[in-house]
Each structure stands twice: as structure tokens, then as C-alpha cells.
Design a protein. Structure first.
Length: 108
């Protein structure tokens, strides 16, 4: 059992179990997403068939809306693991939440 938990509101259910209360909501962090690539400056510069990693179905759909010719794939792990996958060439680009990078003092 725990007395307190801090979690991203996007993952919290709308209806709480009995005995669970939402005590407060902190100031919202940066809502933007960040494009990261070792070789390419932006999404539009990626070659046809480039592999873009993301953890979010929403981001994947946004990428496909702009560039149907890109291959979006699931990107798992903590931020450092995701960055390492990009650096090792597993992905041509990745899309991460700016807020997550800011929390780790990483500039996107």
C-alpha cells in the first residue's frame, strides 16, 4: 500500500476506485512534441520509408497525416534508452514529449 502517488494525468482513469482521491493537479508542463534525428533537420526532410519511433498512437497518426510514406514504429524504454536507440541507428528519427526532455535537462 502507498499513501501518495504522482503520475501523468493522461494515464489516470476518469473514474477512480473507492478510496482513491485526486488531491491536486500541478501546473501543466510543455505540451509540445520534439523531433529528434541524427541526420535530418525535420520531418519533411526524412527520406521515403524512413523509420520514425514514437510511444504514442496520437503522434503516429499525426506523422502519417503529414507523411504517409514514413514508417512509424513503437519506441519503448525510458528517455535515455530511446535516445540511445536513435544514436545507434535503430530509427531515422524519434518524436518525444518536450516535457520529458525538460524534466531531465535535455534540450530538444
Amino acid at each position: 500500500e502507498i499513501d501518495l502517488a504522482v503520475h501523468s494525468l493522461k494515464d489516470v482513469p476518469v473514474v477512480f476506485e473507492k478510496g482513491l482521491d485526486l488531491a491536486c493537479i500541478t501546473k501543466r508542463a510543455d505540451v509540445r512534441d520534439t523531433f529528434l534525428s541524427v541526420k535530418f533537420p525535420d520531418l519533411m526532410s526524412l527520406p521515403k520509408g524512413a523509420k520514425v519511433g514514437t510511444t504514442s498512437l496520437r503522434r503516429s497518426m499525426q506523422i502519417k497525416f503529414k507523411r504517409k510514406d514514413l514508417d512509424t514504429e513503437s519506441l519503448r524504454g525510458n528517455v535515455q534508452t530511446r535516445l540511445k536507440k536513435l544514436e545507434c541507428g535503430e530509427f531515422d528519427a524519434i518524436i518525444l514529449a518536450e516535457a520529458g526532455l525538460c524534466r531531465l535537462n535535455i534540450q530538444g
